[in-house]
Design a protein around this ligand. Structure first.
Ligand SMILES: [Fe+2]
Ligand SMILES: [Fe+2]
Length: 228
């Protein structure tokens, strides 16, 4: 933990310090939003959790490496497919369900005063509905094909992958359009004055989704696909 937060500090300070902590609190049913003033110790006692263990998990989050830190320029196509699956795909499979749930919560609480949340909810759902099957198509069809072609004939441009690549590129364009609309609807992820902590978490999460997906698509369109 970058600051000197202890188990006597309020739950909300942990989330403010590192939004990733929210995922742990959600999982453990610790209320960091409206009950965020309670100390970590008190909140854990209320849920019959071992405070030291929870604190340790929060500390470990701080040192988890992020996909965006890795230099992938020297990877072979096979290594690149493995990198994509173990970072960006893992991230999306975890982030998309979490963000759609958080989106529903914020929509329910705030859509009367923020009608733009209704369209945002549709956009987030569409992203999930498009990206989840997209990941599977890459993992089950395109990436194994790329690995097979590279094993048979390293370094050559091979026709058989062109069809699936065309489909993936067009799906990337669709996701890119939805991300663009998401940015417009959220006013570049600016939380309104009256937004609560869930609102902030949602916008932080959507911003992270945008950044990660842009990088993900870049690696596929501009680094992986040109090899084929
Ligand atoms: Fe991908
Ligand atoms: Fe993709």
């Amino acid at each position: 933990m970058e600051t000197s937060l202890s188990i006597d500090d309020p739950v909300k300070s942990f989330v403010r310090n590192n939004p990733q902590c929210a995922k742990v609190f959600e999982e453990l049913n610790i209320d960091f939003c409206c009950g965020g003033d309670a100390s970590l110790l008190t909140a854990c006692e209320e849920e019959n959790l071992e405070p030291r263990e929870v604190y340790q998990r929060l500390v470990e989050l701080q040192s988890a490496p992020s996909a965006s830190d890795q230099d992938v320029s020297g990877l072979t196509p096979t290594e690149l497919t493995e990198h994509l699956e173990s970072t960006h795909h893992v991230y999306l499979k975890q982030a998309l369900p979490r963000l759609t749930m958080l989106m529903d919560k914020v929509h329910q609480a705030h859509s009367s005063r923020h009608p733009e949340l209704t369209r945002l909810q549709t956009v987030v759902e569409s992203l999930r509905a498009d990206l989840e099957p997209h990941l599977l198509k890459e993992e089950q069809i395109l990436f194994p094909l790329i690995r097979q072609l590279e094993a048979e004939s390293p370094g050559s441009r091979l026709e058989p992958a062109q069809g699936p690549i065309r489909v993936m590129r067009s799906e990337h364009d669709g996701a890119g359009e939805l991300l663009k609309e998401m940015r417009t609807l959220t006013n570049s992820y600016a939380v309104p004055e009256d937004g609560c902590q869930s609102f902030q978490l949602l916008y932080d999460g959507l911003k992270e989704l945008e950044e990660d997906t842009h990088l993900h698509i870049h690696k596929e369109n501009n680094m992986l696909f040109p090899h084929h």
